[in-house]
Design a protein around this ligand. Structure first.
Ligand code: GDP
Ligand code: MG
Length: 163
């Protein structure tokens, strides 16, 4: 197994917050695919002595939720191509959205390992609400809060185990 991990999900779920919490060193790579430069940030991280690269996807429409679903699909397809494991992030505050279902459908069709991560689980009520994400058909999930790091240890234990 390689050690490249891509974080995918619709805008505003907290991908960049999670990425920035984890990375120790940003890699200055301009990533150009088919002549189109996509907004993908690369960084290096380490957990339990295991090094891995993280890719933060998205952010094409800065500060806006108004992003074409096809753009997210492209990011997911790129992630499936280049990553060894995929973190699919969703947001318990928003619940399951159509875009989440769309991404889940793409991820179920491929063979790379997927870790479903429910972000913004800041309190016990949200921990209860997170169960709805079983309906995405991707199995168990990791409840985390990217802003304070809660739950990320269990997630990273699993991540480095599968890499
Ligand atoms: P991205 O578009 O998926 O990269 O999402 P961002 O990382 O830019 O975060 C979107 C918003 O969600 C920001 O206002 C974050 O502060 C907020 N956010 C991220 N993680 C958490 C969290 O664990 N709890 C809460 N309550 N908000 C969060
Ligand atoms: Mg972002």
């Amino acid at each position: 197994m390689g050690n490249i991990v891509a974080i995918v999900g619709r805008p505003n779920v907290g991908k960049s917050t999670f990425f920035n919490r984890l990375i120790q060193r940003r890699e200055a790579i301009v990533d150009s695919v088919s002549g189109v430069t996509r907004d993908r940030h690369y960084g290096k991280s380490e957990w339990n002595g295991k090094n891995f690269s993280l890719i933060d996807t998205g952010g094409y429409v800065l500060g806006s939720d108004d992003v074409f679903e096809s753009e997210i699909d492209k990011q997911v397809e790129l992630a499936i191509d280049e990553a060894d494991a995929i973190i699919f992030m969703v947001d318990v505050e928003a619940g399951i959205t159509g875009m989440d279902e769309d991404v889940a459908n793409l991820l179920r069709k491929q063979k790379k390992p997927v870790l479903l991560v429910v972000n913004k689980v800041d309190n016990s009520k949200r921990l209860e609400n997170a169960v709805e994400f079983y309906n995405l058909g991707l199995g168990n999930y990791f409840p985390i809060a990217s802003t304070n790091g809660s739950g990320t240890g269990e997630l990273l234990d699993k991540l480095v185990e599968i890499l």
